[in-house]
Design a protein around this ligand. Sequence first.
Ligand code: ATP
Ligand code: MG
Ligand code: FE
Length: 344
Amino acid sequence: MRVLGIETSCDETGVAIFDTGTGRGLVADALYSQIAMHAEYGGVVPELASRDHTRRLLPLIQQVLDDAGLSRGELDAIAYTAGPGLVGALMVGASTAHGMARALDIPVLGVHHMEGHLLAPMLEDAPPGFPFVALLVSGGHTQLVEVRGLGRYRLLGESVDDAAGEAFDKAAKMLGLAYPGGPQVARLAEQGDPGRLRFPRPMTDRPGLDFSFSGLKTHTLTAIRQLERADELDDQARADVARAFEEAVVDTLVIKCRRALDQTGLKRLVVAGGVSANVRLRERLERECTKRDARAYYPRGRFCTDNGAMIAYVGAQRLLAGERDETGIMKAVPRWPMDTLREP
Ligand code: ATP
Ligand code: MG
Ligand code: FE
């Protein structure tokens, strides 16, 4: 089954084709990122995002078809991101998918964006087997999930306020770095002295698997103000703040992952979503896993953030099992908790 996947939930237009045939898999994928357009405003402007998806989507679909050497008529099904995300942006993907599916008379299915992130490591050469613990760390989510199979998800813990990626983006803004700040904070942190400042590890002093990152944001602002007042906020001090911030977020995530592995007794840890691209996080988790004879799995770099490949993959699994949208009923669900998903 050749499935076209369409991702338009936020600020990247992603398109891919996944072929479930033996020895096939991901046949083509393309991405257009709107980051440069939104950077000017310091964050995603929803209306601009939807309009740009409208401009980019059809050419990108043509591009992946060309790359795969396929015609539209050779597609067997279409999957699109139905949520969560920006409603206008979601509707571009949903209506395009439904329009194409109707014209080609093939099934179409709206899928969950976070299930896409969660299963993105399945596109790699040595994918994890079930069951596993997943740490989903993205711009909008920080969750620990026990995964027993496709659609068998138990939420172990999540952020009670900001997501880890959101915290990275806000810290970046305070440090005068451009949006999206995660990768830039990480780069700046490399020059930082880990011994100069120490930020708190929120909610690690009590049991449980929930996170809170909004206090760290305040802590970062206070640290910057103090340095400013002391007339010490030079490039080195900025790097030291970035380092202390990154260490605090990474350490907190690592502590909770360790707990989740202990609590479930599982030996596989999947880490996905934009923040899973963070090198220091990966290094620390590698070390933890080695210590406890467990193994960590990640998507390749470009599949950590939003992409069409993960949507094509998840869609293909569910479409194969017979799931599809009702004819003419497209879905765009801005808020959609992942633990409402079921086995196909
Ligand atoms: P969601 O998937 O929750 O709806 P999203 O799609 O906006 O949110 P992603 O595209 O998965 O999120 O990830 C983007 C986030 O990842 C941004 O907050 C960005 O700063 C962060 N990020 C990307 N690379 C890194 C990195 N190397 N270190 C830390 N954060 C990073
Ligand atoms: Mg994005
Ligand atoms: Fe995402």
